[in-house]
Design a protein around this ligand. Sequence first.
Ligand SMILES: Cc1cc2nc3c(=O)[nH]c(=O)nc-3n(C[C@H](O)[C@H](O)[C@H](O)COP(=O)(O)O)c2cc1C
Length: 203
Amino acid sequence: MKASVILAHPYQQSLNHAFFHRICATLCAKSVTVFGHDLYKENFNPLLTAEELEKKKSSDKLVIQYVGELLDSNVLFFIHPNWWGQPPAILTGYINRVIRAPYAFEFPPGDKGVGIPTGKLTDKYGVVINTSNTEKTREETVFNDPLEHIWMKCILEYCGISKHYRKTFRIVANSTLEERLQWLDEVEDIVVNSINCCDGGGV
Ligand SMILES: Cc1cc2nc3c(=O)[nH]c(=O)nc-3n(C[C@H](O)[C@H](O)[C@H](O)COP(=O)(O)O)c2cc1C
């Protein structure tokens, strides 16, 4: 089994980094091959240029590597904070440049992009781990939880990933050390469940 683990957070001491390291360690302990990437540390360039937009294949070595690993992975983990109801820009850049046609989805011949595409990541399980400073009811009623729609509908299901799981850890700003340690254990359980799900079990 193989897993891509993608982290978008600039601060090395962040809770998001702690989640990233725990996820990678848990996967390794379960003998899963891990393609772990800290996008900031790897200096990923998030800009999709006009030249790359026209081409089907990027000439950026990092993009080529990420695409290859994405297609090779059975399970995909995305870890990031809620920033204005969106992923940080560096991860939006990853989505634009890596999770793209013709690898992740494709329109039928003759369709210029107006119809319903065929998702091509149907064999994968998607996991999104978020952190937030907004109370759950306020996030859902006032803001409509934009990250739920972005990830589940606009990205994962669009690309054919029907099996997915998302968890938001909150409220980070007020959290105690005990709570954070408990959240790390919870993340470990999520990893184990996702492996079982890929093996044919369920979450
Ligand atoms: C640019 C920016 C935008 C943010 N926007 C939101 C937001 O829309 N909703 C929210 O709950 N928290 C927001 N936050 C707070 C972060 O979600 C919070 O700092 C983070 O989840 C904490 O995780 P960490 O300890 O790993 O940094 C924002 C923080 C920054 C820096």
